[in-house]
Design a protein around this ligand. Sequence first.
Ligand code: GDP
Length: 313
Amino acid sequence: MTDAPRDDRTGPVVVLAGGTGGARLARGMLDVVGADLVVVANTGDDVEMYGAYVCPDPDLCAFWLADRIDERGWGLEGDTFCVMQGLRDLGVDVWFNLGDRDLAIGLRRAERLAAGARLTDALAELTAALGVRARVLPMCDRPVRTRVRARGRWTPFQEFMIRDRAEGPVEDLAFDGIEQAVAPPEVLEAIAAARAVIVGPSNPVISIDPILGVPGIRAALRDTAAPVVAVSPVVAGEVVKGPTAAFMAWAGRTLDAAGVADHYRGLLRGLVTDEAAPALDLPVLRTDTLMTDAAARERLARETLTFALGLTA
Ligand code: GDP
């Protein structure tokens, strides 16, 4: 490789992620730094369903890192849906679909949490079982639950996304439990020791803000010597997938690099975007940011890390 990131610094590369853009970049970063990768994933989307404790974003990151993500973009490749069909046969209104093996993961996690395990440890067991070399850490061990108000009604996040088809405009947003949340020591240690911190191209408002809202995380990002760099989730002026536009509009941000930089004001040392001439007062790496395949994921991760390391004071 001609353009390998300078590797005279040690320490993990931390990627903050939701379950789609951030998870894809994390998969690319795994090719670049291997076991030095630490993903800190949003847990505001977590939900208890069918007796299972479901962590969509951390699990999607783990499935991506294990090369087990299904092509539909969620769940395990080749999973079956017999339990969901069984529930439907019993007359249950199954609006939240979970594959059989996915359900097994959530049931096992519920059991481990009920026995007193931390979510951090339950996730470590999952990544070990999947053979993932990198770490996937939850932003906190206590429950935080995202709720959305739209059309005058507050709705838990998954219901908003699936039942209400994420129909905006978004009127308000809450991260219940965030004030009481505590960042796991593993997260703070990884950020403090990091070589670089990359804010993945995830939804800034509902995937990254909960992570930044956990007491202690924002301060850790300010205090670390590592450069903090974000990859914009806006590609060719549009959102690749999901309701990022509705949430950026609610937050009063423009749907472009400037809006993303505004949103992360005070946090970033640089921004990666495909925009030709963004008017920003921070260093920019302009490159193709669409991760269509493994090569594109690896290239974007490598370029982003090289850019970040070049910004170190
Ligand atoms: P969620 O938890 O499933 O909502 O996923 P994220 O918050 O991690 O990701 C949603 C964001 O990922 C959207 O804003 C997309 O525009 C962005 N995204 C998805 N694929 C790509 C990609 O290939 N490149 C970039 N730059 N962003 C992407």
